[in-house]
Design a protein around this ligand. Structure first.
Ligand SMILES: [Zn+2]
Ligand SMILES: [Zn+2]
Length: 416
């Protein structure tokens, strides 16, 4: 019987993990420079949290959640998180963090789950990396999250990206726009697909998201033309800051984001290096979310990026870091003695391995070569008795026998 990974999931093998680590390290380092702190939350939450935050009318909550548990349970069922924003905001509120300071900049990295039909570039378990800057209405924060993501892309060598920005207004000007949009779309409804017809009453903005009907909607009124003065001023600062920081962007009136909680700034990063699923990250401002979840009435901005997508855009070769040494047990040396020397070296901060199959010296040398180790260490009975190690420089082939302390110095020197 051969077992298979569940449909829509993917293993990360030791070879692939090298790229993952490169991205994670670059992201951690960038988050730290920008003053964002890490938060970790459970991979499942009470289902009600997602209904409250992501919105009842979004596709995610309607049909893409893995829900389990007893529906009769007073606290309701559980759902695997389809995104990390709701849990992160819940954690900030539940942990009483806003009592300690008004403004939190946090980041997260972890798996999320959606029960959609698996297809290329879309998984049922995927990994999100993102930030929430909760507690400030300042448009500079909107710009900061975009600059931050652009910096992460730069750090991992992704250059073929595009940033599209839009403003969808606030509770003052959005209803005006909603009416204008509805008036424009109403006569078109019979020509639009079933999805769009369903969305018309429930969430008309999402019709602009429709790929099937995009052509029929190209003359639809734009949110950005219906902004109130405060929203216009906000957007002007966002744009000026992106220009000042030399982050290229363009205004795209079709960006509405799929979730209900967005206000004002919304944006998407995409990559031309990817196929049809070309989105790298989506984000924006949600000024009502924290308050609506029982927290203080503060504005927030955030983005969520798909780790698997970034990795695809990164491409490049995954070369695992080479170890400092490979120990070769020579002659009839006690392999326990060799093992102890290897452990000693590791305890001194060096990386390396030995042969665990009691093979010939020749076979062990092949392993030494394969690992790409900087030095091969020959340890025979004579070396053990004298307390020395014979070092072979794998680059130039030179050999010399040195005492352990000197060996440590040389191996450390060989470190990049
Ligand atoms: Zn407004
Ligand atoms: Zn449609």
């Amino acid at each position: 019987m051969n077992f298979q990974a569940p449909e829509g999931t993917k293993d990360i093998t030791p070879e692939q993990v090298v790229l993952w680590n490169r991205l994670e390290t670059a992201a951690r380092e960038t988050f730290a420079r920008f003053g964002y702190e890490e938060v970790r939350t459970p991979i499942f939450e009470y289902t009600a949290l997602f209904h409250k935050s992501s919105g009842e009318t979004t596709d995610i909550v309607e049909k893409e959640m893995f829900t389990f548990g007893d529906p009769e349970d007073k606290k309701g069922t559980y759902s695997l998180r389809p995104e990390l924003t709701p849990g992160t905001i819940r954690a900030l509120i539940e942990g009483g963090l806003f009592a300690k300071k008004n403004f939190w900049k946090v980041w997260y990295l972890g798996p999320a789950f959606r029960k959609e039909r698996p297809q290329k570039g879309r998984y049922r378990q995927f990994t999100q990396i993102g930030v929430e800057a909760a507690g400030s209405p300042d448009p500079l924060v909107d710009a900061e999250t975009m600059v931050l993501f652009a910096e992460i892309l730069k750090a991992v060598g992704v250059t073929a990206w595009e940033l599209r920005v839009n403003s969808i207004g606030c509770k003052e000007c959005r209803p005006v726009y909603r009416e204008a949009l509805k008036n424009h779309i109403r006569p078109l409804l019979p020509t639009l697909d079933e999805n769009c017809n369903r969305r018309f009453e429930r969430n008309v903005f999402r019709i602009l998201d429709c790929k099937v009907d995009a052509d029929k909607l190209k003359d639809a009124p734009k949110a950005i033309d219906h902004l109130c003065q405060a929203c216009k001023d906000h957007m002007a600062v966002v744009e000026a800051s992106l220009k000042a920081c030399e982050v290229p962007y363009r205004i795209d009136s079709r960006i509405v984001r799929g979730l209900d909680y967005y206000t004002r700034t919304v944006y998407e990063f995409s990559s031309s290096a990817l196929g049809s699923q070309n989105a790298l990250a989506g984000g924006g401002r949600y000024d009502t979310l924290v308050g609506s979840m029982g927290g203080p009435d503060v504005g927030s901005v955030g983005f969520a990026a798909g780790v698997e997508r970034i990795l695809l855009a990164m491409g490049g070769e995954a070369v695992p870091p080479a170890p400092d040494f490979f120990a070769v047990a020579a002659g009839d040396v006690s392999r326990s003695d060799v093992f102890k020397i290897v452990v000693d070296l590791r305890r001194k901060g060096l990386s390396g391995d030995l042969d665990f199959e009691a093979r010939s010296v020749k076979a062990q040398m092949r392993s030494a070569n394969k690992t790409g180790a900087r030095y091969a260490l020959f340890i025979g009975p004579e070396e053990v008795q004298k307390g020395v190690i014979k070092l072979k420089d794998m680059k130039d082939g030179t050999e010399k026998a040195v005492f352990h302390e000197e060996a440590v110095n040389i191996l450390r020197g060989g470190k990049k």
